[in-house]
Design a binder for this molecule. Structure first.
Ligand code: SAH
Length: 254
């Protein structure tokens, strides 16, 4: 396998809650024309489907290899850098990149050995806040304000094209990894967020307020930090101690 093939294999295109099987086929074609092969589907309305194969126009290998998942977390397994494509900002703001900037960052992550996920939302609703919260940044294709939403597969094409151009260009200046610990993957981050949410409950942090917004803000903070596995172990340790102390305090109160 050449180095370039290795690099290409570190990218996956994740289509979330896709309504139209035709769009899945067109997206497969878009991906394949730019040299990528990996597609992951999260609760597609209809798949496999004849329409998908028809519009894939020969990119059946991408469709045949596509994983189908009940949960976004499973589609992101093993990936440590995720970008969410969205026509508009919403809720808790993530940093916003152009497709070109996103391609450079994604390529740099892949060159460091990380697996990269590119997330695309449902045709009508786009990506939900909870889905964007799994991402390290948002990517917006700079369409016009009063008609900003591209067809799903065309958005896939734009992103795949920018990645291809970035890969064909000069090798980006890849920052050397700062340590040998692997970055935490999406599943490990989810486990951490669950532990964090439980601990916040245990220490009665919320005081009657809804936990949703604070959890989205904390996710944003930790996604930006991109902790490695060792750092996550330390954070889990701190949370476990906080839970233990909360338990002791609770016993005293009884
Ligand atoms: N009405 C939805 C648009 C859904 S289009 C919304 O406002 O989000 C389906 C998907 O295509 C989106 O979820 C997104 O992943 C991608 N997409 C469409 N237009 C885009 C744009 N201008 N920039 C980035 N992604 C876009």
């Amino acid at each position: 396998m050449t180095a370039a093939t290795d690099l290409v294999d570190r990218f996956r295109f994740v289509l979330v809650r896709t309504s139209h099987p035709g769009n899945i086929g067109s997206a497969a074609r878009a991906i394949r024309t730019m040299g990528f092969t990996r597609m992951e589907l999260v609760t597609p309305a209809q798949f496999p489907d004849r329409e998908a194969n028809a519009l894939a126009a020969g990119a059946d290998d991408v469709l045949d290899g596509a994983g189908v998942h009940d949960e976004l977390a499973n589609a992101l397994a093993g990936s440590s850098f995720a970008l969410g494509l969205s026509a508009r900002r919403r809720g808790v703001t993530l940093s916003e990149l152009s497709p070109r900037e996103a391609a450079m960052q994604a390529l740099a992550a892949a060159a460091r050995g990380e697996q990269v996920s590119l997330l695309f939302g449902n045709e009508r609703n786009g990506l939900a806040n909870e889905e964007l919260a799994r991402c390290h940044a948002m990517v917006r294709i700079p369409s016009v304000d009063d008609f900003s939403s591209l067809n799903l597969s065309q958005a896939v094409q734009v992103m795949a094209y920018e990645l291809r151009v970035a890969m064909l260009g000069e090798t980006p200046a890849v920052p050397l990894p700062t340590n040998d610990e692997p970055p935490a993957d999406a599943a490990q981050m989810e486990k951490f967020y669950e532990h964090l949410a439980m601990t916040l409950d245990d220490i009665e942090f919320h005081k009657g307020r809804a936990p949703t917004t604070i959890m989205l803000r904390l996710r944003k903070l930790f996604q930006r930090a991109q902790p490695d596995e060792r750092e996550l172990r330390v954070l889990h340790g701190i949370l476990a101690d906080a839970q233990r102390m909360a338990g002791l305090a609770h016993q005293k109160d009884l």
